[in-house]
Design a protein around this ligand. Structure first.
Ligand code: NPG
Length: 371
């Protein structure tokens, strides 16, 4: 296909409740959406970079500028484009994986819509419904946490992830285990909040039979994670540290993790996400699909990714009402503890344009320079 135009939109979606992590508190989710127009039709992508560079170095404005100045013009100038050519064409531009992932997702959506193939089928999905988990933020008290967990369990979630940080770790985990029992699938996520000196403290989490501990140390500290993994029985999972199939291979071979969280945005796109999945399957390492408070577009794509066979652990893909009162696509619902994987062509969801327009705070269209 050939692209005619790339539209960037900044949308702002209020969250149903503030989400507090070791990185800060979010009350609204801003997202950068990418729509490509091609001779074969349109496609949508979502950039998961946050409003500020807190999760990683990318953020919404940096992604916007990168798309406008480098990635967009390169792809608009390409002929006979397909999703598999996007990363090679953009390779010369270092980093900016979330921006690259967004535009690759849009090209993939356009390509698959034109071909009448769903993203799940294209990626090699094997299931029509996935078991979601829910991420529970840091609260101001253990009582407030227990109320929140009760609501999620009542809603039908079977796996919970508690956000932790120094000062909010053993006590909340113990309280949840005491109240809800040992059968609850429970894991924790620290978003890099600990240091190697905390390894002895983190080992005390072993008594709570957690599914895993996610990214306790700095993203660059693979040696520290390997050291931690030797000291604790709880499986160590990496998120921020894994930015490609190659970095996943390195981390696994060093013993820095025995589980991997896959986020397509973090690794530069759904094709690389599949490569990370394939690598992990070949090494016998279980994976699960991470979440970045995506709109319905990103959620649809994550459901497709999570339908691959190596995703044996529930992901951070909750139903729409866990995040937003109003989304830019029809909502994803929880049925008997599962969410259906979209089956329509491409992402398999339609954007609700009036809602999108109402939530859009900035937009810009990049077109090919005429020669
Ligand atoms: O369900 O989408 C979700 C949220 C899951 O906790 C979640 N995401 O560190 O993985 C994370 C965290 C996050 C969200 C990080 C937004 C950065 C931004």
């Amino acid at each position: 296909m050939n692209l005619h135009a790339i539209e960037l939109r900044r949308v702002c979606l209020p969250l149903v409740s503030p989400f507090r992590t070791a990185l800060g508190t979010e009350s609204v989710r801003e997202a950068l959406l990418v729509r490509v127009e091609s001779d074969e039709g349109e496609g949508w992508g979502e950039c998961v970079a946050g409003s500020d560079p807190l999760y990683c170095s990318e953020y919404l404005d940096s992604a916007w500028l990168t798309l406008r100045r480098y990635l967009g013009p390169r792809l608009l100038g390409a002929t006979d484009l397909s999703a598999s050519k996007v990363q090679p064409l953009l390779h010369e531009f270092k980093g900016h994986r979330m921006a690259k992932a967004a535009v690759e997702m849009a090209v993939l959506d356009a390509q698959l819509r034109a071909a009448g193939v769903s993203l799940s089928t294209f990626l090699g999905g094997v299931t029509g419904a996935v078991t979601p988990g829910v991420a529970v933020g840091i609260m101001s008290s253990v009582d407030e946490l227990l109320d929140s967990v009760t609501e999620y369990l009542d809603a039908g979630y079977r796996r919970l992830k508690l956000k932790i940080q120094p000062g909010w770790d053993l006590a909340p985990v113990e309280a949840v285990r005491d109240r809800f029992g040992d059968d609850l699938m429970l894991q924790v996520d620290a978003n890099c909040a600990y240091r190697r000196a905390d390894i002895g403290h983190l080992a005390r989490l072993d008594q709570f039979s957690l599914l895993l501990i996610e990214q306790p140390l700095d993203e660059d500290d693979l040696v520290g994670h390997a050291q931690l993994a030797r000291h604790i029985a709880t499986p160590v999972c990496l998120d921020e540290s894994i930015v490609s199939a190659q970095s996943a291979a390195t981390a696994i071979s060093m013993g820095a993790c025995s589980v991997v969280n896959i986020k397509a945005g973090r690794v530069g796109g759904y094709l690389e996400a599949r490569a990370v999945h394939d690598l992990c399957v070949s090494k016998g390492v279980p994976v699960w699909c991470g979440g970045m408070l995506e709109t319905g577009l990103g959620r649809a794509a994550n459901l497709a990714l999570a339908s691959l066979p190596g995703f044996t652990l529930p992901g951070d893909i909750s139903a729409t009402d866990r995040y937003f009162r109003e989304d830019i696509t029809p909502p994803f619902l929880l049925h008997d503890g599962t969410i259906a994987v979209p089956t329509g062509p491409g992402l398999g969801v339609e954007v609700l344009l009036p809602v999108l327009d109402a939530l859009t705070t900035q937009s810009e269209t990049i077109t090919a320079v005429e020669h």
